[in-house]
Design a protein around this ligand. Structure first.
Ligand code: IPM
Ligand code: MN
Length: 378
């Protein structure tokens, strides 16, 4: 290989499922390895081969190329049909200016570049490990099964930002929150489609008692559902109340959706309520079609890079494995394989094979052992 300083390594080159693998930092690389093993085994059963390219992102990108999202990594993603993302960040890069830090400087440009406007996060907690939730078990006797959908490329995250000095010498700053109806409709559509495959129940979350964007949001959502999905039961809730209701009785929701920043906050609240971050996956998708006519998407665990346990084979690989299942479903049209992986993870965890985060002080296994057990249950 002639290329010098090449971030991108071609690992396997055979056929069908072509994706970029961005392991990132901390536990990212080890849970990614574990997940790729499961993914490969699951796909093989259906005659699918993996063709993936590994590239540096986050702190690893900064260390190797001086940027959290190196150009060669972005190029590798552009050539792929989907991105399987690990996790980024760690103490090593915490002193960098916020805009250069691994999380922000890797994720925001990727979302923007691929117009990934919808972040889908299943909030799933098996009844068998309901004890992992900070909620009292009597509030969630059957575990939790809800879905959070967050608008991901609009609102206050991407509106105009500035800091300036007032005439009186005081410094001021602003971030503009802006939405147009088409942005609201397309995320409403993702919520509606998700709900059609579940309980046909959607809650739209806003702050229409205060914000102009929320007034437009509520009006647009109401009209959109009345016109396109009259069979779905639609409700609206203010975001402050939603934060309370999630902690009180999460299962009153089925699918809920909201704008970017409210979704950032509520999806983390949902994650903690669902017990271990090590179990939660997410999909970020848009309208861009990949080379096989499916949706291009980025798939990542909800948890962070957990630098404290990195390299110790302790991390729970399930979130990464389940993220790979979401990739199969949304970007490769392999719903059956995705279901098999999800069933295997459930069977493994409920059967008692657990990493320390969900073992409640009982016997636990390591990252690789967990992945092997899932593979055996496929
Ligand atoms: C997330 C993260 C990001 C966000 C940060 C790292 C930019 O918190 O994916 O939820 O705020 O969207
Ligand atoms: Mn967040």
């Amino acid at each position: 290989m002639a290329a010098v300083g090449l971030a991108v390594l071609h690992i396997i080159s055979m056929a069908t499922l072509k994706f970029a693998v961005l392991p990132g930092d901390g536990i990212g690389p080890e849970v990614m390895d574990a997940a790729l093993g499961v993914l490969k085994a699951a796909c093989k059963k259906h005659g699918d081969e993996l063709d993936y390219t590994v590239a540096a992102v986050g702190g690893a990108g900064i260390d190797k190329f001086g940027k959290a999202l190196p150009d060669c990594t972005l190029e590798a993603c552009k050539k792929a049909d989907a991105i399987l993302f690990g996790s980024v960040g760690g103490p090593k890069w915490e002193k960098l200016p916020p805009a250069e830090q691994p999380e922000r400087a890797a994720l925001l440009p990727l979302r923007k570049a691929f117009k990934l406007f919808a972040n889908i996060r299943p909030g799933l907690l098996y009844a068998d490990i309901a004890g992992a939730s900070p909620l009292k078990s009597e509030r969630i006797p059957n575990g939790i099964d809800i879905v959070c959908i967050r608008e991901l490329t609009g609102g206050i995250y991407f509106g105009e930002k500035k800091t300036w000095t007032q005439p009186d010498g005081e410094i001021a700053a602003c971030d503009v929150m802006q939405y147009r109806t088409s942005e609201i409709c397309r995320i409403a559509e993702v919520a509606a489609k998700t709900a059609m495959a579940r309980g046909k129940k959607v809650c739209s979350i806003d702050k229409a008692n205060v914000l102009e964007t929320s007034v437009l949001w509520r009006k647009t959502v109401t009209e959109f559902f009345a016109k396109n999905y009259p069979e779905i039961s639609l409700s609206h809730m203010y975001v402050d109340n939603a934060a309370m209701q999630l902690a009180r009785d999460p299962n009153q929701f089925d699918v809920f959706f909201t704008e970017n920043m409210f979704g950032d906050i509520l999806s983390d609240e949902m994650a903690v309520i669902c017990g271990s971050l090590g179990m939660l996956c997410s999909a970020s998708i848009g309208d861009i079609k990949n080379s096989i006519g499916q949706k291009f998407g980025l798939y990542e665990p909800a948890g962070g890079s957990a630098p404290d346990i990195a390299g110790t084979n302790k991390a729970n690989p399930c979130a990464q494995i389940l993220s790979a299942a979401l990739m199969l479903r949304h970007s490769f049209g392999r719903d059956e394989t995705a279901r098999e992986i999800e069933a295997a993870v459930r069977k493994t965890v409920c059967g008692g094979v657990r990493t320390a985060d969900i073992a409640f002080g009982g016997e636990s296994v390591g990252t690789l052992e967990m992945a092997k057990a899932v593979e055996a249950n496929l």
